[in-house]
Design a protein around this ligand. Structure first.
Ligand code: GDP
Ligand code: MG
Length: 609
């Protein structure tokens, strides 16, 4: 396939607008997967993705489609030239916008899918801008036109006013009924430019992604920008200067299909005897080892926005957890991992994530795919503290601040984000209230049509990772949509809030909060802990303190908890069930000092802002 007959495109959309369904339909239409293959959403391969209905890792699939440019009747379809189309699926959630921009780097165009009833939403705006900045040709697709509340005309006018897209260019589809789908691939072929690499130049290819396969080892997804790659070639990495022999090369059709060669403009996979995905740096340029080439522009590295400690639920399981984390990070290089030790929880890890959902997904995969049982500590964002002597540290673990007791803090900074919120106009008031409670600063307030407002706020990252999204949804009856991008660090007035049980500080429960909120957060932490911890054989004092100043205090009086007291009547099976449930609950207890703490306590505490 010469570059003129290759198209690389991606589908971008707000979550639930039908991106994965459309991708599946296109794969079916081209015979790449069988119709009704029984596994909904082919590209969402991970169990967590299926369960949560989100895409976490971008996947690629190659399909073939016959088409005559300029349009003719369908009878000469057999004689039409065949095109090679690479579809690169992108994750929909804001945590993974890093993955989105990475997938877009290999594309020349994108289908911008918008739900005909919901209209443009916050992620549509964010994804449009990512695609626009990458100079992609954008094809608007108004999907779900089968819905009774579909209003494609309104969506067209939003596309025009927000993105200056010509309403004439919009395709109308239903990925459910199949209506309009036959227009999609012709539009891809006719409107999206072919990749413009140089066929006769030395090989340059962009490393898009990598993962570890038990049988084949490290598999790299690559986009060949210039030249061609063949099995047996010797390739080098611009990032590490290591060289490798190409053992296998091919396309994802949609399973790995060996072709022995990849030409200019193609997207495919390479197996080259790399031992660990750590050698496969995403954004790296690979080239023929006998030439020297200028590296391609790489991607922005992943930024870790949320940190949390991960500890084995059972202290002796450290090696098992270590092993599980090592294997999982082989397939998710966007997590950073460092060993750490907590007085309360023993040996564990400090992990950095792209966002809260990313963190949850990582936990879920550790437990589901690797059978690890973990306790995670209160997540934190990376703060910067400057001491009076001028030294600065990035604080990824609130407990780390204690190691400098003699040093006076001179200034601190916290990361902020620019949030885009789209809402029906009647909800503007509640949004303003919510954002000002969360220390937000309004940057923009405008209308995208007669009924919908777009608001932009600068908010401290800390304030949006704490239950912001749920609250936003609940005060707007689910109508608000939200997306954000990183912004700079802002000076702030932060203090470390300690939790003490029977006078002993629990390092794994320390948090950093804004000084104006410290009193209230301290109160809520103490109240919450009092509810979460079961009464034990002795009194427990629970305190929240800033330095030596106690801001809240409660006592949990001694009493043996009798689960059976709740049972009325003498139903034996019910009693048994309760006792079993209590036993089950005990497994996830952590003993700190002499106090047993249920594992949810660590996570629950973070929900307090
Ligand atoms: P994604 O989050 O953008 O990948 O969205 P999905 O493809 O997972 O689709 C979200 C939901 O919308 C699923 O329940 C789909 O079955 C449904 N859906 C997708 N396309 C259509 C459509 O054209 N019409 C209708 N009525 N539902 C659709
Ligand atoms: Mg999806």
């Amino acid at each position: 396939y010469p570059p003129e007959r290759i198209r690389n495109f991606s589908i971008i959309a707000h979550v639930d607008h039908g991106k994965s369904t459309l991708a599946d339909r296109l794969l079916e239409l081209t015979g790449t997967i069988k119709r009704g293959h029984g596994q909904p959403q082919y590209l969402d391969k991970l169990q967590v993705e299926r369960e949560r209905g989100i895409t976490v890792k971008a996947q690629t699939a190659t399909m073939f489609h016959r088409h005559t440019v300029g349009g003719t009747n369908s009878s000469d379809k057999q004689d039409s030239p065949s095109f090679l189309l690479n579809l690169i699926d992108t994750p929909g959630h804001v945590d993974f916008s890093y993955e989105v921009s990475r997938s877009l780097a290999a594309c020349q165009g994108a289908l911008l899918v918008v739900d005909a009833a919901q209209g443009v939403q916050a992620q549509t705006v964010a994804n449009f801008h990512l695609a626009f900045e990458s100079n992609l040709t954008i094809i608007p697709v108004i999907n779900k036109i089968d819905q009774p509340t579909a209003d494609p005309e309104r969506v067209k006018s939003q596309l025009k006013s927000l993105f200056d897209l010509d309403p004439e260019d919009a395709l109308l589809t239903s990925a459910k009924t199949g209506k309009g789908l036959d227009q999609v691939l012709p539009a891809v072929i006719e409107r999206i430019p072919s990749p413009d690499g140089k066929r006769d130049s030395p090989l340059r290819m962009l490393l898009l992604d990598s993962y570890y396969d038990e049988y084949k080892g490290v598999i790299c997804h690559v986009a060949v920008v210039d030249g061609a790659l063949r099995k047996g070639d010797k390739i080098g990495s611009a990032a590490t200067s290591q060289t490798y022999e190409v053992l296998d090369v091919g396309i994802m059709h949609p399973e790995l299909t060996s072709t022995g060669v990849l030409f200019t403009g193609q997207v495919g996979y390479v197996v080259s005897g790399m031992r660990s995905t750590k050698e496969a740096r995403v954004g790296d340029t690979l080239y023929h080892a006998k030439f020297t080439v200028d590296p391609l522009p790489g991607f922005k590295p992943a930024k870790h926005m949320v940190f949390s400690g991960l500890y084995p639920a059972d202290g002796s399981d450290f090696d098992a957890l270590n092993h599980a984390i090592e294997r999982l990070t082989c397939n998710d290089a966007s997590v950073s991992v460092m060993k750490e030790t907590s007085t309360a929880l023993g040996m564990g890890f400090r992990c950095g994530f792209l966002g809260l959902l990313h963190m949850d997904v990582f936990h879920q995969r550790l437990e589901q795919e690797y059978g690890a049982r973990v306790i995670s500590t209160i997540p934190t964002v990376p703060y910067i503290f400057e001491y009076a002597d001028g030294s600065k540290i990035q604080v990824q673990n609130p407990a780390a601040l204690a190691s400098n007791p003699g040093k006076r803090v001179a200034a601190c900074w916290e990361p902020s984000v620019i949030a885009t919120i789209i809402i029906p106009s009647e909800y503007v008031g509640p949004i303003i209230t919510l954002c000002s409670e969360r220390r937000g600063e309004q940057l923009e307030y405008s209308f995208i049509d007669s009924q919908r407002a777009l608001m932009k706020y600068r908010l401290p990252l800390r304030e949006i990772i704490v239950d912001f999204y749920n609250e936003l949804k609940s005060i707007t009856s689910g109508y608000a949509t939200f997306d954000y991008e990183d912004s700079e660090y802002q000076k702030s007035d932060l203090v470390k809030l300690d939790v003490l049980l029977n006078g002993q500080p629990v390092d794994a429960m320390a948090t950093i909060v804004h000084s104006l909120k410290a009193q209230r957060v301290g109160r809520e932490l103490v109240d919450k802990l009092k509810k979460l911890i079961d009464r034990q054989m002795f009194d427990i004092t629970i305190q929240a303190a800033i330095g030596s100043k106690v801001v809240a205090r409660e006592t949990l009086s001694a009493m043996r908890k009798n689960v059976l007291a709740k049972c009325y009547g003498g139903d034996v099976t019910r009693k048994k069930k309760l006792l079993e449930k209590q036993k089950e609950g005990k497994k996830r207890m952590k003993r700190i000092g002499s106090v047993d703490i249920p594992q949810e306590a660590f996570h629950e505490l973070f929900k307090i802002s």
